[in-house]
Write a protein that binds this ligand. Structure first.
Ligand SMILES: Cc1cc2nc3c(=O)[nH]c(=O)nc-3n(C[C@H](O)[C@H](O)[C@H](O)COP(=O)(O)OP(=O)(O)OC[C@H]3O[C@@H](n4cnc5c(N)ncnc54)[C@H](O)[C@@H]3O)c2cc1C
Length: 478
């Protein structure tokens, strides 16, 4: 088996991992990035957006490398000319659509510019440990088994694959209590003007302004919001509230097994009738990403993951039929892209030096070791109503800190995590998992890993003042 040495190894080149690798390498660490697929960008590439860069008051909460990515995409023609779009639907202060293919190119160029050793089509096999100290990873690709060694490994696999194999403690909710997963897809040939026209005429069909700050302090109403909307970029994150009630004619109900307007009677439309969310691409007016399918399973179970793909495809074709037959603007639409895998919202979260809580998020808590800011509401599965998602907002439209300690696993040394497996409660991860936040603390993880190597310390002992100074110097918002 071939052995190679680096300063920092990042496993998972998705939303958080690609940015972590660029940050580590830019800080002078020889960095290797291991990624199972043939591209970078992970779930945010699938979504074609990174959100939210702003809180509900319109103040920017994420910049640094995430903003640099948006600026690069703007230069490449892969972002909307207005960059971050206001999000009047009231979930997340802004919405930033990015062209998914140019996002891949931009991330490749950013890693190349920093001499990151890119190991694509390569999967983690096992973790090399010395008792509770991670020393490296064994990975497999077309040329066989390799051992990669480094003083610091960053787990950015989303599912905490490295941390768990190294023996870290973690929590994971039952599939029913966790946020659902989704097979994302895009359709082309959409008349988005006709769709928005319908939204303007009937704002009640859409989930708008759930944020109490916008509703009660700014006194916005769905009608007021929709009056100002000219095209889909003025309202870029639309949820259809109830497809059965608002779109499917009663004459067609029996065909779908529908018996009533409310949830209990949605028949075969049940998985997605209230979760239809439609997101535009930055420049293609006629192409949208559909966040519609809803699959409940354990994302860390190989067999369940296979079955989830089948369920996702089945639901997708049903949803497409609903769109084409009933939703204005979608009559001539056709399938443009099916993303290669079901996207996962929730699986394992490590037990870190600190666990971010619901109270921290709600009350906009500041921490001495804050290394990134979050502002998105906490999406959580309702404990009382199965299949219903609730949103718990940050008070007064503000934002909160994500502490460095959430990236540091208890007891295990030589390891940091970045991305949705960070240490947080079930509620708090519902906010901190968003793409812009994953990039922001991905940058912090990469910078901290390089600092640890330079100062010959474990990640747990990194000089926080120095880390925060370094991040600020790189235009991160702390
Ligand atoms: C359906 C859905 C809708 C969402 N909507 C939005 C939205 O509109 N805007 C937004 O900003 N956020 C949204 N989010 C949240 C956000 O996209 C994710 O939480 C975030 O992208 C997670 O980033 P990550 O780096 O942790 O994981 P990912 O981006 O998923 O990256 C993990 C990477 O690790 C790789 N990997 C995994 N295991 C291994 C292994 N064993 N070996 C090698 N490589 C491995 C994967 O291939 C992947 O590239 C959504 C999430 C979902 C699922």
């Amino acid at each position: 088996m071939k052995i190679q040495d680096f300063d920092v190894i990042v496993v998972g080149g998705g939303t958080a991992g690609a940015i972590a690798a660029v940050a580590a390498a830019r800080s002078g660490a020889s960095t290797c990035l291991v990624e199972a697929t043939g591209h970078l960008g992970g779930t945010c590439h699938a979504l074609a957006n990174v959100t939210p860069f702003h809180n509900s008051r319109g103040e920017q909460v994420v910049a640094g490398l995430a903003q640099e990515l948006v600026d690069r995409l703007t230069a490449l023609g892969g972002a909307h000319q207005r960059g971050h779009l206001p999000n009047p639907a009231g979930i997340g202060g802004s919405f930033t659509p990015l062209d998914p293919d140019l996002m891949k190119l931009a991330l490749f160029e950013m890693t190349e510019a920093e001499n990151v050793a890119l190991w694509l089509h390569t999967v983690l096999v096992e973790v090399v440990t010395d008792d509770t100290h991670v020393r490296g990873v064994r990975v497999h690709n077309k040329s066989g088994l390799h051992e990669l060694r480094a003083p610091v490994v960053i787990d950015a696999t989303g599912d905490a694959d490295v941390a768990v194999r190294a023996g870290a403690q973690y929590s994971q909710d039952t599939p029913e209590a966790a946020l659902n997963a989704t097979l994302l897809f895009r359709v082309a040939g959409v008349d988005t003007d006709a769709f928005i026209d319908d939204a303007r005429r009937a704002p009640h069909k859409f989930v708008l302004l759930a944020d109490p700050y916008l509703r009660d302090i700014e006194h916005l109403t769905p009608e007021k919001v929709m009056q100002g909307v000219q095209d889909i970029y003025d309202c870029p994150y639309i949820y259809l509230a109830n497809v059965v009630r608002d779109y499917v004619p009663r004459a067609d109900w029996s065909e779908w097994g529908v018996t009533a307007e409310d949830k209990g009677g949605w028949g075969r439309l049940q998985p997605f009738a209230a979760r239809f969310s439609i997101m535009p691409l930055p420049l293609r007016h006629d192409v949208v990403t559909l966040n519609v399918t809803s699959i409940t399973f354990d994302a860390t179970d190989g067999a369940q993951r296979s079955r989830a793909e089948i369920t996702g495809h089945r639901q997708m074709h049903q949803a497409l039929e609903v769109l084409r037959r009933y939703v204005p603007g979608f009559g001539s639409s056709y399938l443009h892209t099916v993303l290669p895998a079901v996207s996962i919202r929730a699986s394992r979260r490590i037990a870190g030096e600190y666990e971010l809580t619901r109270e921290d998020v709600e009350s906009g808590t500041r921490f001495d070791d804050g290394i990134a800011r979050g502002s998105y509401p906490m999406s959580v599965q309702s404990a009382t109503q199965p299949g219903v998602r609730e949103h718990l907002f940050v008070r007064n439209g503000g934002d909160y800190d994500i502490p460095y300690r959430c990236l540091v696993p208890e007891r295990i040394d030589g390891l940091l995590v970045a991305g949705r497996c960070l240490s947080a409660t079930r509620e708090a991860i519902g906010s901190a998992r968003m793409g812009a936040q994953c990039m922001a603390y991905g940058e912090a993880a990469g910078t901290a890993a390089a600092l640890a190597v330079a100062d010959n310390r474990t990640p747990r002992a990194v000089d926080i003042a120095k880390l925060r100074m370094e991040l600020r110097a790189r235009h991160a918002i702390l």
